[in-house]
Design a protein around this ligand. Structure first.
Ligand code: ADP
Ligand code: MG
Length: 206
């Protein structure tokens, strides 16, 4: 990666499903350190954009560069290894496993202390829940757990798809404070969100 390169660069990205152009010639650049919000009505293609960035879908055209390297056709797990990790719109935790087991799986072969993860678990009231089954957590805490699972992979770029969906105003505000603090600690964040109170609380650029 050259100095001055953005962490993420998207050029002319296009993805259609049948006749629906979910993402249509989209270009954007996210510099390292930024906290960027993507807003748009339902069906605008926000989740599809994230699916292209994380490698769930392949684009019909266009390219994706991460840390100066073309990753357009890289598999999702290789993108995670490079430091790009996504929290999905609907939480994808292992509901039948405990919080601790979910974290163990997410960490994989990464050993040693992960300060950001420890900070996240304590801020998001999950630190003393390691024995709780993930499926028994309230919805908001499942959302938080999935953010923690993403942080367990030590991402440089974190993609958050509607992280406050279904949360109370208090939980939304706590999540916004948390994301701001995470960003101050050096994680670049790209977030899709409907909740304008959340967006106002955090956005650098929208
Ligand atoms: P958003 O996240 O902004 O609400 P989506 O990216 O989920 O929007 O969807 C954008 C458009 O693409 C919608 O019209 C949606 O119906 C369509 N779409 C998304 N995923 C698929 C898919 N896997 N198959 C077919 N159509 C899809
Ligand atoms: Mg969506």
């Amino acid at each position: 990666m050259k100095a001055g390169d953005p962490l993420l660069r998207v050029e002319d990205l296009t993805k259609a499903f049948g006749g629906v152009r979910a993402v249509d010639h989209l270009s954007l650049a996210v510099p390292r350190g930024e906290l960027r919000c993507v807003i748009g009505p339902n069906g605008a293609g926000k989740s599809t954009l994230f699916a292209l960035l994380s490698g769930i879908h392949r684009p019909d055209a266009g390219r994706i560069e991460f840390k100066g390297e073309v990753i357009t056709h890289l598999s999702p797990f290789k993108r995670v290894r490079k430091g790009l990790c996504q929290k999905f719109q609907t939480p994808r935790v292992y509901r039948g496993l405990t919080v601790g087991q979910n974290l163990l799986i997410a960490r994989g072969r990464r050993h040693g202390t992960n300060g950001r993860l420890a900070f996240a678990l304590s801020r998001l009231s999950l630190a003393d829940r390691t024995e709780t089954l993930a499926g028994e957590l309230p919805h908001s805490e499942q959302q938080w757990l999935e953010i923690c699972l993403a942080l367990a992979t030590e991402p440089d770029l974190l993609l958050l798809d509607e992280p406050t969906a279904g949360m109370t105003p208090q939980e939304t505000s706590l999540t916004a404070d948390f994301v701001l603090e995470l960003n101050r600690q050096g994680v670049t964040v790209l977030v899709v969100e409907h909740d304008m109170a959340f967006v106002r609380q955090i956005a650098h650029r929208v």
